[in-house]
Design a protein around this ligand. Structure first.
Ligand SMILES: [Zn+2]
Length: 375
């Protein structure tokens, strides 16, 4: 696919707008701080895989449903004492700036099974597997957001060619389709889940979430009900962040260390709310300030940046049924931005980290080119 067409595709995706999630009753604020994880990065195991096979349902004795636990609106470790708190690494206090690309996916599922999800957010398993094949062949390996946060706090640079895979919204295909592909490559990912949707149709079950955590995947907080906390009163925002964190701790036995703002809705107050949940070490927004695309065939030089996506709310696959695809976006004008986007992770900006949105139109070759400037 030629670059202009690809850019149009990406921008069209970015312009899609989805409905908001439900608003819950406010709850008791009450959080304290705690710990941080130091999950070890896994080594990549490049492998060529054939047609992806869905993972069968967990066969172990089913555990408790998420809804069987009490709602706890607190990030205090004592609120869910049976869960492991986030642990703080021995910090060197060394300020570092990392350049670790953070990929954002939503659904890895055949289009025929994607229901009403926005097409731009549905990456078929074969495409995802090919993307991972290409990155593995290019020497890239994964770390989780928890590891990235721990590295930032400790002043440790992860190995070269580290990147992060994230999945938003907690669809069940993150278990059935994405997990086996990740495992075939020795990759890990961070799943930003919506605990209020656990065990509901098309979403991860409580057993799925436990199985993902048991397989070394990170379970991150995406609010209890997928609420754009940047536009909500502070009590509602706190409830959404903290009740989700505690529910993840109840189900997995591990407090989450990472957060993703639904709809990319963030603000200084929202960042304060996330920071007040002392378990949290990082928060990602829905999209980067801009995306990069490879130069057109025949053009000289390396990848060049495209125009910035709009500031409109991000597309979301959980939009209400009947949502219609967005109209085609105008072709962006050539940009004179620098050769790679200023995507740096630092301790100072850890609660507003940008991500690279990966749509189904991103070819494996393009993805490798997108990440090349970060190597
Ligand atoms: Zn979301």
């Amino acid at each position: 696919m030629k670059a202009p067409a690809v850019v149009a595709c990406v921008v069209a995706t970015v312009l899609l707008v989805a409905a908001c999630g439900a608003t819950p009753a406010p709850a008791t604020p009450g959080a304290t701080t705690l710990a941080i994880p130091s999950a070890a990065p896994l080594a990549a195991a490049p492998s060529a895989i054939a047609a992806p096979t869905p993972t069968p349902e967990p066969t172990a004795t089913p555990g408790p449903l998420a809804a069987s636990y009490p709602i706890v609106a607190s990030c205090a470790a004592s609120a869910v004492p049976e869960a492991a708190p986030v642990t703080t690494p021995n910090t060197s206090k060394k300020a570092i700036a990392l350049r670790v690309p953070i990929l954002m996916y939503h659904r890895i599922v055949p289009v025929a099974e994607a229901g009403d999800s926005m097409p731009g957010l549905v990456v078929p398993p074969e495409r995802f597997a090919a993307q991972m094949d290409a990155l593995a062949a290019a020497g890239w390996h994964t770390i989780t957001m928890a590891t990235l946060g721990a590295d930032l706090q400790a002043g440790v640079e992860p190995a070269a060619k580290s990147f992060v895979i994230t999945f938003d919204d907690g669809y069940d295909d993150g278990y059935t389709y994405a997990l086996p592909i990740l495992q075939a490559h020795g990759y890990v990912a961070t799943y930003y889940v919506i605990p209020g949707r656990f065990d509901k149709h098309a979403f991860l079950t409580s057993d799925h979430v436990r199985a993902l955590a048991g397989a070394g995947m990170e379970i991150g907080d995406h609010t209890l009900n997928h609420v754009p906390i940047g536009m909500r009163p502070i009590a509602t925002a706190s409830y959404q962040v903290e009740a989700a964190a505690a529910r993840i701790a109840q189900v997995t036995g591990q407090w989450p260390a990472s957060f993703a703002y639904p709809f990319g809705s963030q603000s200084a107050r929202a960042r304060q709310v996330v920071a007040a949940c002392g378990q949290m070490r990082t928060a990602v927004i829905e999209a980067p300030p801009k995306v990069i695309v490879p130069a057109s065939p025949g053009a000289s030089g390396g990848p060049t940046p495209s125009a910035a996506p709009s500031a409109a709310p991000s597309a979301d696959p959980s939009a209400s049924p009947g949502a219609t695809p967005a109209p085609p976006a105008p072709t962006p004008a050539p940009s004179k931005r620098p050769a790679f986007p200023p995507v740096f992770e630092t301790w100072a900006n850890r609660f507003e980290l940008p991500r690279l949105r990966i749509s189904p139109s991103v070819s494996p070759e393009w993805l490798v080119a997108m990440l090349a400037p970060y190597a």
